[in-house]
Ligand binder design. Structure first.
Ligand code: GRF
Length: 207
C-alpha cells in the first residue's frame, strides 16, 4: 500500500506533531505529512513543520468572513492535497459536520484523558488534568478516537492509562499523560496507514 497523505491540525506547541514527524521520517508510519494546518499564526507547531520542510499553513480565523468561510478553506486544503488521514493534534477549533461527514472514519483526535471520563465541551489541555485531580481519580491517561460530529464522542481506537499519584498536580499529570499521547498518536497513525483499524459501528477492531 503506497504511503498515505496526512494532514496534521494544530493550535499550540506541537509536541504531538513532533512525535508524528519523527515517526514518519524514521519510516515508522507508512505515510507522509503533506501539510500542517494551524488555526493560530503563533503556534510553535508551525515552526516544527518548517524545520522539517513540511508545508505549514496558518489559517487565522479573524481573516475569514465567519466560520463557514474558515471551514470551506480547511476543506479546500484537504482536497487539494488528496488527504487520506486528518490528525487533530491539539487542534482547538471544532470541525463542521460537513467535514466530519466527508471524512468519516478518516479523522483521529488525541485527548488527554480516558474517554468517556473528563471529556467533551470545555475539557482540553490543563483543564482536563485539573478536573481529574479535583475529582480524586486514581487513574487517568490518553485516548485516540475517531472524530464524529460530537465532541470527543467518536469510536475509541487506542487508550493507555497512567496512575494519578499522591500530590499530583495538573502540571505533573499533564507531563505524564503527554508522554502517553505521543506514543498513542504515532501508533494510531501507523495502524491506520497499514489499514489495520476496522470500524464496526461504534466499536474499533485493531487487526
Ligand atoms: C495537549 O494538551 C494534548 O493533551 C491535547 O492538546 C495539547 C497538544 O499539545 N491534545 P501539543 O500541541 O501536541 O504539544
Amino acid at each position: 500500500m503506497s504511503g498515505l497523505n496526512l494532514a496534521v491540525l494544530v493550535s499550540g506547541n506541537g509536541s504531538n506533531l513532533q512525535a508524528l514527524i519523527d515517526a514518519a521520517s524514521q519510516g515508522r508510519i507508512n505515510g507522509r505529512i503533506a501539510a500542517v494546518i494551524s488555526d493560530r499564526k503563533d503556534a510553535y507547531a508551525l515552526q516544527r513543520a518548517n524545520n522539517h520542510g513540511i508545508e505549514a499553513i496558518a489559517l487565522d480565523k479573524r481573516e475569514f468572513a465567519g466560520k463557514a468561510a474558515f471551514d470551506a478553506e480547511l476543506s479546500k486544503q484537504f482536497r487539494s492535497r488528496n488527504i487520506d488521514l486528518i490528525v487533530l493534534a491539539g487542534f482547538l477549533s471544532i470541525l463542521p459536520t460537513e467535514i466530519t461527514k466527508e471524512y468519516e472514519g478518516k479523522i483521529i483526535n488525541i485527548h488527554p484523558s480516558l474517554i468517556p471520563a473528563f471529556c467533551g465541551k470545555g475539557f482540553y489541555g490543563e483543564k482536563v488534568h485539573k478536573a481529574v485531580i479535583e475529582h480524586g481519580a486514581k487513574m487517568s491517561g490518553a485516548t485516540v478516537h475517531f472524530v464524529d460530529e460530537g465532541t470527543d464522542t467518536g469510536p475509541i481506537i487506542l487508550q493507555q492509562s497512567v496512575e494519578v499519584a499522591e500530590g499530583e498536580t495538573p502540571e505533573t499529570l499533564a507531563a505524564k499523560v503527554l508522554v502517553i499521547e505521543h506514543q498513542l498518536i504515532v501508533k494510531a497513525a501507523a495502524l491506520f496507514c497499514e489499514g489495520r483499524i476496522l470500524l464496526d459501528g461504534k466499536k474499533v477492531i485493531i487487526l
